[in-house]
Design a protein around this ligand. Structure first.
Ligand code: AMP
Length: 215
């Protein structure tokens, strides 16, 4: 089971990837989470990528490709994985293809999450992330039990710097220009499936599981 979750920032890929990972018992690789962890831990990688992320720009291809390559070579990932937020450019997709081919593997499904632009902006501006663990909330749609406190670990909930209004628009532009060409790219490879990402987390999960089960 090797899946890619593709879509604009805020479509819910990360939340769904986490749930599918638990349900199917396969790990997810979220390049955004890996990069954010590096920034929080002030590693050399974190220092290198922070500026790009704060501006809402993509991190250079070679950096993210290195991260993914390292992960999928670990035995734990041999039975499958979900890629969340990777690839995001055509060169990243090409490299992923080559990496998998050399291991005699391929992708089973690339799921394109589709929601209207206004809903994306709404979701991103209300999103709150735990400062200590990967849990994600929404002030209106998925509120924590206690205001500002993570249900999972008690960590403080914060708004990601790149979820602030000024940066959201530029992330959407970056998505349109650099990532959306991957929709046609994977359609031509016959692995693309469109998923309606609107509605509650549970509704989307149900549609997604039905789609993946048919893959
Ligand atoms: P995400 O959590 O997936 O929205 O990613 C947050 C940020 O991390 C993005 O805005 C980029 O700056 C960076 N990033 C994550 N994945 C990639 C990728 N595949 N290629 C380039 N930059 C990435």
């Amino acid at each position: 089971m090797r899946f890619v979750f593709l879509g604009a920032p805020g479509v819910g890929k990360g939340t769904q990837a986490e749930m599918v990972s638990v349900k199917y018992g396969i790990p997810k690789i979220s390049t955004g989470d890996l990069l954010r962890a590096a920034v929080t831990q002030h590693t050399p990688l974190g220092k290198e990528v922070k500026q790009f992320m704060d501006r809402g720009d993509l991190v250079p291809d070679n950096v993210v490709i290195g991260l993914v390559e390292e992960k999928i070579s670990i035995p734990e990932y041999a039975k499958g994985f979900i890629l969340d937020g990777f690839p995001r450019t055509v060169p990243q997709a090409d490299t992923l293809g080559t990496l998998l081919t050399t291991k005699e593997l391929s992708l089973d499904r690339v799921v394109h999450f589709v929601i209207p632009r206004e809903e994306v902006i709404n979701r991103l501006s209300g999103r709150r992330s735990c400062s200590q663990c990967p849990a994600v909330y929404h002030v209106e749609f998925v509120p924590p039990k206690r205001d500002g406190v993570c249900d999972e670990c008690g960590g403080e909930l914060v708004q990601r710097r790149d979820d602030q209004k000024e940066t959201v628009e530029s992330r959407l532009t970056v998505y349109e220009e650099q990532t959306s060409p991957l929709i046609d790219y994977y359609r031509k490879n016959n692995v693309l499936a469109e998923l309606n990402g609107s509605g509650s987390v549970d509704d989307v999960q149900e549609r997604l599981v039905a789609l993946l089960s048919a893959s």
